[in-house]
Each structure stands twice: as C-alpha cells, then as structure tokens.
Ligand binder design. Structure first.
Ligand SMILES: [Zn+2]
Ligand SMILES: [Zn+2]
Length: 205
C-alpha cells in the first residue's frame, strides 16, 4: 500500500496500515476493513445525503467522481462523490487509481481474511460481490476524475432499490485522465464515443 500524505481534513479518519479507511469500505465486526469491498448501506447513505465516500462529511461547493468509461455508457457513477481534496488523496493512495495495479485482484477465490469476531459476515460461505466477479482478472480499466459543481448533483434512482448512483449528465464538468490502465476494446470504443481524454504521447500508463 502507498504511503501518501494524509490531508488535514482526513486527520481524524480511521486508518489501516497507514491508509485512510474509506467510509464506504466494508468492515469486519472486529473493525478491520476489507479494502475493495463496499458497504452497500453506506454507499446509499452517502449518495442520498450528499456525503463524501472517503471522509463521510457533507460535500460542499464542488465534488469529484471517479468514473470508468463503462460508467459514462451507463450515464451514472455508481459510487458516491468525494471532496476534491479527498479525491486527490485517494488518487495518490489507491493502488488501482494511481495505476500501480494493472489488474484487479482475483476475488473469486476464497482468499479474504477471516477475523475472530463471532457473527461476522466473513464466517458466512463465500458469496463474492457480483460486480467484483465481473471485474476480477479483467485488465485495469481507465479511470477518470470528474469535477463538477454541487448545484448539478443529481441522483439516478432505480425503481425499487434506491439510488443507482450520481447522474453523469453534467454540464459544467472537468474530466481528467487519472489512470489509463490496460483498456480493452469496449473501453477504447467508449473513450472515443464520449470524447474522453487520451494519455499524452510518451506518458506510459
Ligand atoms: Zn471528504
Ligand atoms: Zn470478519
């Protein structure tokens, strides 16, 4: 894990191995986080209450979304937004977003840790998250940061299951390439269709 400097507004946030534990990260009953797995209730809470997925504080004037090409295709970002400062930290600290991990870890194998807390979900038979199965072993998708004013914050709702995510039908938007990764053909098609930034020549990944 990276040792990115923790910004001041995250000074009181919980950490694990020197990394801030995102508010939406799934936790074991003993309190340790399962990085890369999300707590769906907390995601819904952040989306609806316009809170930051990292520090859980209310978003202010502007926010940043971390978006993949496939999210532009769906028209919404499934993850809650972040404060611009929190997003900057996450980009430095998260190995996937900073391009240090070429591939998602394969989560289909029962490799996750088990804690000692009785009744924790990790004692259940392995039921990997559906999205994690789809992504496991796939080449790392490009990631973009999408800066937008909170005046344009709009949820996309599903019929029964609450918020799907934050609408990407945003007018005043600044899109930056965070990590090019190793895009597949579908990703490349979406990058062109949606006019997303390409890596600068000679910049590697
Ligand atoms: Zn924040
Ligand atoms: Zn556990």
């Amino acid at each position: 894990m990276a040792n990115a400097a923790i910004p001041i507004q995250l000074a009181t946030a919980e950490t694990h191995n020197g990394m801030v534990i995102p508010y939406i990260a799934l936790r074991h009953l003993d309190g340790t986080p399962e990085f890369g797995q999300i707590d769906h209730d907390r995601v819904a809470e952040c989306l609806i209450e316009q809170r930051c997925q990292l520090c859980a504080q209310p978003l202010a004037d502007a926010a940043v979304l971390m978006v993949r090409p496939m999210d532009f295709g769906a028209g919404h970002c499934p993850e809650p937004a972040q404060h611009p400062e929190c997003a900057a930290y996450a980009i430095r600290a998260c190995p996937m977003l900073s391009g240090r991990l070429r591939r998602h870890r394969d989560r289909t194998r029962p490799q996750r840790r088990q804690c000692t807390a009785a009744g924790c979900w990790c004692g259940d038979p392995v039921t990997p998250d559906l999205d994690a199965i789809v992504r496991s072993g796939q080449p790392a998708t490009p990631w973009y940061s999408v800066w937008f004013p909170m005046a344009e914050y709009k949820l996309k709702m599903s019929a029964r299951k609450g918020p799907r995510g934050i609408s990407l039908a945003i007018i005043n938007v600044k899109i930056r390439l965070v990590s090019w990764g190793d895009p597949d053909r579908d990703d490349l098609g979406r990058v062109l269709v949606y006019g997303l930034p390409l890596p600068e020549a000679g910049s590697g990944s």
